[in-house]
Design a protein around this ligand. Structure first.
Ligand SMILES: [Ca+2]
Length: 234
């Protein structure tokens, strides 16, 4: 019923009520505070002559795949606040070892700095400069891995806030030993327009710096943005 979910875990042991609009993981039983809502839901359940089952009311994630199939990527309704994808950590060089060594531009006015692409938080993103003179492609971000490492690829997460501006399409990756010598091309790719994490693999190569050269955006816009970037390596 709406964003409310009521369950009776065991017959006669009392009901639990969860407000899924604020508490999607069902941590806080609010049956005491909203007895009128619980009573209405219990009446519903009695009218239906069957107990209320978990997931009956508003687990919208069950419908997510249907919705994607129906609307495709471009016309999907706005994502529910609070639901984001994240970057799988397996095989990544731990994020605390990564630093921004150089960036072609960043949106300082609203805090969408290059460091946001490396902060481990999918809800923050780097965005290229869009106020004043808009920065255009190619965009570049150079990541310092702290020391020489074996590098096998990268994982990329597009912005997770509902917008697509800057989501990366065509992109090249270079590796180098020093900040001014990142000219070894290791991969070229075109990322898809998806919120899910995407991965690029290449043959193991040694270096301390990884340079992304971004050549286009998923909708043809002039910007680049990245929620999270991880480097696969040792
Ligand atoms: Ca981030």
């Amino acid at each position: 019923m709406g964003n409310w979910k009521a369950i009776e875990p065991r017959k006669g042991k009392g009901w639990e009520l969860y407000d899924l609009s604020k508490d999607i993981t069902e941590q806080e039983n609010v049956a005491d505070r909203h007895s009128e809502i619980l009573d209405r839901m219990k009446r519903f359940a009695q009218m239906a002559h069957q107990p209320v089952h978990e997931g009956t009311y508003s687990d919208q994630s069950l419908n997510q795949e249907d919705r994607e199939a129906k609307y495709g990527d471009t016309k999907r309704p706005a994502r529910r606040a609070g639901r984001v994808e994240s970057l799988p950590r397996e095989g990544l060089i731990p994020g605390e070892n990564l630093k921004v060594a150089r960036v072609s531009s960043e949106a300082k006015g609203n805090g969408k700095l290059a460091a946001c692409a490396l902060d481990g938080d999918p809800r923050t993103h780097w965005h290229t400069r869009f106020q004043g003179k808009v920065a255009a492609h190619p965009h570049e971000l150079v990541v310092d891995l702290g020391r020489d490492r074996e590098i096998l690829g990268v994982r990329y997460l597009a912005r997770q806030d509902g917008g697509w501006n800057g989501a990366v399409a065509k992109c090249e990756f270079y590796v180098g030993d020093s900040l001014n010598q990142t000219d070894k091309l290791v991969a070229k790719t075109t990322f898809k327009k998806t919120r899910a994490a995407q991965q690029v693999d290449w043959k193991p190569v040694h270096g301390r710096f990884v340079r992304l050269r971004i050549l286009s955006e998923v909708n043809g816009g002039p910007w680049a943005s990245i929620a999270e970037l991880g480097v696969i390596g040792k």
